[in-house]
Design a protein around this ligand. Structure first.
Ligand code: ADP
Ligand code: MG
Length: 577
């Protein structure tokens, strides 16, 4: 061993280390020891001598290092590094100051069994020895202790150690992936989603895909709906969603909107009373009277009835609404129902009660091997996207709630900041409310969110704060970084500083699904896909049970249909257990 200026500069074999530590390549590199020279709460400075020709790269910013103290190895993250005299000698020794943030400690519970604990029991004294962290300690720090664990990539600091997350924690609440365009959000979230559905057979994932890019990630594992195949009848829209469609996102004149409400209600009641289908749940609920039907109740009605009713009203001697308003409304509805771009809403010639079929195929009941639904909204008219997302988000919550834990629904919202913007003046209120409701109450009812956005600062902060796990990929804007720093909390500031310099596919993951903030790189998707294609998704299921469930859901959405905040849904016990 060679000692220079009181600091050890030695070969790796000279340092006592457990047999589990390090890879072959680690062993060949030299290990530089440092000593603690300053400590202020959780922030410390280590002085160490770097050899000019072989600086220890494990002392680099972002890496974890160990400080030996009191039978434990304290874990610190390097946040700043500088030579004492601001010079570099290529063939000599460079005295270096390494600033670090302590984050926890590793204790050997038994020989070869390191355990990581957050926080520090007692602080080291000056002179405590610091060294590169052992591979076994790194594994212990990032080992998920509970539930189903899935691998999503490798640690940046040591590519031989898998980056793992807990699936339970990921979907029990909500998670977010943020990062600039092109860093790999869509690809990474697809990997996560696949891992989640594989481990959680009750989980359904509803993907709202604004750029039609998810289909290639799921190939034959997802049920794909595009502008031609999507079927979301107008009668399943709530009144406020329908208003948005009919008026293309603009505010209607109040009289026209009143008339629209009344005409939809009247047409729905006419259909419900006149329905000849004895088996229909609509008819069975209350055959003679249809007062229970409001413009929000998801029961069918005919556009022809609505137009006829408008005509009747306009023909009255003393019409309740101005004739001009009734005419304008009639023209709008008529034009929409004939617009080929709106085929997904008005396409069916025959109006039938297809609610069970539609809900069943959207939310995969029965699952038929495809637990993921991708709704490609890129081909839909721009003015209608908000309303469609509102319907999907609302149904995701209602269906999860109606299933009492039999089915869980995760809504994946790509470009979330469009639907739930931080600026209250932007966005569409019903969509914001539907997604916000999943964010706030979803956990109790088995509904969760996957938020994907490149502008976290433009996303409603209450929704972001409900995400219990985050994968922060590269972000350039200061505002976005600030938002993530707030989300990460004080304990991860050191890690969050690196957000603007992360490589593609790299992420800083923090939150409940990960034991401690982790800098990681998502695995290569092509390899992952090859492996996952060999194992089909979707659990074995009892299709009859699913159909029963579907009947209950439809009855519930209709019979007990109530406005948002008073829904009498009871909290699930099975979901979280
Ligand atoms: N895990 C990965 N494995 C392989 N290639 C990836 C991975 N993540 C991203 N890429 C590549 O990077 C490109 C951008 O990724 P994408 O997921 O679309 O980024 P974003 O959604 O953030 O814009 C893709 O074309 C993809 O080929
Ligand atoms: Mg993307």
């Amino acid at each position: 061993m060679r000692c220079v200026a009181g600091l050890a500069y030695m070969k790796i074999e000279d340092v006592a280390e457990s047999s589990a530590s390090g890879s072959g390549s680690d062993r060949r590199t030299r290990r530089i020891l440092g000593h603690l020279v300053a400590l202020n709460g959780m922030n410390g400075v280590i002085s160490c001598d770097m050899h000019g020709s072989e600086p220890g790269d494990y002392w680099s910013v972002g890496n974890l290092i160990s400080v030996v103290h009191d039978g434990a190895r304290l874990v610190g993250q390097v946040v700043d590094i500088t030579t004492s005299d601001q010079r570099w000698r290529t063939d000599g020794i460079n005295s270096t100051m390494v600033k670090m943030e302590l984050c926890g400690e590793v204790v050997d519970e038994a020989p070869g069994k390191p355990m990581f604990y957050r926080g520090i029991r007692s602080f080291p004294t000056l002179g405590a020895v610091a060294h590169r962290i052992r591979a076994a300690d790194l594994r212990a720090i990032f080992a998920v202790q509970t539930g189903n664990v899935v691998e999503v990539g490798t640690l940046t600091q040591n590519k031989e150690i898998a980056a793992t997350v807990s699936v339970e924690e990921l979907v029990r609440r909500h998670f977010a992936i943020v990062g600039s365009t092109g860093v790999g959000k869509t690809t990474s979230v697809s990997m996560l989603v696949k891992q989640c559905v594989r481990e959680r057979p009750k989980l359904r994932v509803m993907i709202v895909d604004p750029h039609n890019e998810y289909a290639s990630h799921f190939r034959k594992q997802a049920f794909l709906l595009d502008a031609d195949t999507l079927e979301l009848p107008y009668w399943m829209f709530r009144f406020e969603e329908m208003i948005d469609v009919v008026y293309g996102g603009r505010k209607p004149n109040p009289d026209e909107s009143d008339a629209l409400y009344e005409v939809i209600r009247a047409a729905k009641q006419r259909f419900a009373v006149g329905s000849r289908n004895a088996d229909s749940t609509i008819r069975r609920s209350m055959p003679q009277e249809a007062n229970w039907v409001s413009a929000d109740t998801p029961v069918p009605y005919r556009i022809s009835d609505a137009l006829q009713i408008l005509d009747d009203w306009a023909g009255k001697l003393d019409p309740r609404y101005a004739r001009a308003d009734l005419r304008s409304l009639k023209h709008r509805i008529d034009a929409l129902s004939h617009d080929p771009r709106y085929r997904f809403m008005f396409g069916k010639v025959m109006v039938e009660d297809t609610m069970a079929k539609i809900v069943g195929s959207l939310f995969r009941l029965p699952i038929e091997g495809l637990p993921i639904t991708i709704v490609q909204v890129a081909g839909l008219p721009n003015e209608v996207v908000n309303a469609v997302v509102s319907v999907i988000a609302r149904m995701s919550f209602e269906i999860a709630a109606a299933c009492h834990g039999e089915v869980q629904v995760a809504l994946l919202c790509e470009e979330s900041h469009r639907y739930i913007p931080s600026n209250p003046a932007l966005g569409f209120e019903p969509t914001r409310r539907a997604i916000g409701r999943i964010a706030k109450e979803g956990r109790k009812y088995g509904a969760s969110l996957c938020i994907v956005t490149q502008r976290p600062s433009e996303l409603d902060s209450t929704v972001l704060s409900q995400c219990s796990t985050m994968f922060a990929m590269r972000l350039a804007s200061e505002r976005d970084k600030d938002i993530m720093a707030q989300a990460a909390g004080a304990s991860s500031q050191g890690t969050i500083n690196f957000l603007s310099s992360l490589a593609d596919r790299e992420a800083i993951a923090f939150g409940e699904a990960i034991p401690t903030p982790m800098r990681m790189k998502f695995g290569d998707y092509r390899l992952f896909q090859q492996l996952s294609d060999q194992r089909p998704l979707g659990a074995e299921e009892n299709a009859d049970k699913s159909r029963d469930l579907l009947r209950q859901i439809v009855a519930r959405l209709r019979g007990e249909y109530q406005p948002v905040d008073t829904a009498g849904v009871s909290p699930l016990k099975a979901v979280n257990g």
